[in-house]
Ligand binder design. Structure first.
Ligand code: ADP
Ligand code: MG
Length: 408
């Protein structure tokens, strides 16, 4: 397998304009940043380049600003709620440097901002997705935007791990137009994923949760050939329970995935993979933070209740199946951790990983956010990934476009 090109291979970057594709896709509400983990993870590569005297042009996306509205003037304007401006301020604080903000992606503001950069200075371009070329499926439209982006710089560094599974202009097309390298974050993330896929220490346990089974089908299918134990919690567990013939009340259920899930249950048995499902759940009267709830057996969920977290016996069971594992990958919260009353299952799994001596990896935006929201020490895990979709696709065995182009 080919390896990623490193920043060192770019040679002397002093005085060079370096376009850095970062992942700054953080939760924003009314201009206030929620979890800033991804910004913090982007800091080392940007600072490394700036310390070496590069003129650093950071580019990134935020959310999915697909709807554009017509201004009274008749011009089309992207939704301001998706502006990266608040992120520029936070990035500057974390870098300990000024960050100049360009109010467009490849327009006049971007060009003027880049032209004004001195050695060691940093700029951030406006949300790449304000330009339809960024995500276009049309090679020519994407290519035209990539040409313009590449025209701002002399070198490219791909460091936005959370976006490397996307065939987007800034991720896939620009590096084909400039001398390129992978940043430190991408290199670190890929190193961890290799450790999970090439010869993992055993027992190897994977804990999956989150809302939808359909998001994780590919990874389950691929992991069934690699892991020793597969623990399923969160909203997706109910489709497994239903597939086993149990009623799940009003719990999250993906009827259309039942056949597929039955197939997984058979496959796990055939391959001697231990499939661990919830024994009990917190069954609530409604989907609400203060919903009345009680512990019920996973096989006896009342018709008018919905399971919003794994119960105490399940927490103990899961912790037990993780205690002697040597490799653990965890993706997806065990319950609706956003509500304090239903965060206990997620906390129990996180604490089991922290207590373990295994190589422990957390993947998934919500899982990482849960760890921080619960106030758990991030250094209690071997690695917390900044990319949910990207790490899952890697574990599915797929080729990630944004990584392939950074190999030599
Ligand atoms: P990640 O981002 O870590 O990959 P997902 O996006 O797959 O995780 O899922 C996260 C979401 O799953 C959270 O918003 C959480 O509230 C939700 N969730 C977990 N368990 C349940 C449940 N039992 N019912 C409904 N939603 C759930
Ligand atoms: Mg998520």
């Amino acid at each position: 397998m080919s390896t990623l090109r490193t920043i060192d291979e770019l040679g002397d970057v002093r005085g060079k304009r370096v376009l850095v594709r970062s992942d700054l896709n953080v939760p924003l509400a009314d201009g206030v940043i929620g979890d800033d983990g991804r910004i913090r993870a982007s800091v080392p590569t940007i600072n490394e380049l700036a310390d070496q005297g590069a003129r650093v042009i950071v580019c990134a996306h935020l959310g999915r600003p697909t709807v554009f509205f017509e201004r009274a003037s008749g011009t089309t304007q992207p939704e301001t709620e998706f502006s990266l401006q608040p992120v520029a301020a936070r990035l500057g604080e974390l870098l300990g440097r000024d960050v100049r903000f360009a109010t467009d992606t490849v327009g006049e503001s971007a060009q003027a901002t880049v032209d004004g950069l001195a050695d060691g200075e940093v700029a951030l371009l406006e949300n790449l997705r304000f330009n339809a070329g960024e995500t276009s499926k049309d090679d020519a439209e994407r290519g035209a935007f990539a040409d313009a982006l590449a025209g701002l710089a002399e070198l490219y560094v791909g460091d936005g791990f959370g976006a490397v599974h996307r065939k987007h202009a800034s991720v896939y097309d620009v590096p084909q137009r400039l001398p390129h390298a992978a940043g430190g974050l991408v290199a670190a993330e890929v190193g961890v994923l290799k450790q999970l896929t090439e010869n993992p220490a055993r027992p190897y346990a994977v804990v999956l949760g989150g809302a939808k089974v359909s998001d994780k089908l590919g990874v389950i299918a691929n992991l069934l050939g690699k892991v020793d134990r597969l623990l399923i919690g969160g909203g997706m567990a109910y489709t497994f329970l239903k597939a086993q013939g149990h009623e799940v009340g009003n719990s999250l259920l993906q009827e259309d995935q039942l056949d597929q899930v039955r197939g997984f249950i058979e496959e796990a048995a055939k391959r001697d993979v231990e499939l661990v499902l919830p024994l009990d759940v917190l069954a609530a009267t409604e989907f609400a933070a203060d919903a009345p709830h009680e512990v019920v057996d996973a096989t006896a969920i009342p018709a008018d209740r919905e399971g919003l977290d794994i119960g105490p016996r399940t927490r103990e069971l899961f912790a037990g199946r993780l205690a002697d594992a040597r490799t653990v990958f965890w993706n997806g919260p065990m319950g609706v951790f956003e509500f304090d009353a239903f965060a206990g299952g997620t906390r129990a799994v996180a604490e089991a990983l922290i207590a373990s001596d295994a190589f422990t990896v957390v993947g998934g935006g919500d899982s990482a956010a849960a760890v921080r929201k619960l106030g758990l020490a991030e250094d209690g895990f071997s690695h917390i990934s900044t990319g949910g979709g990207a790490s899952l696709e890697y574990l599915e065995g797929k080729t990630l476009p944004g990584l392939a182009v950074l190999e030599d």
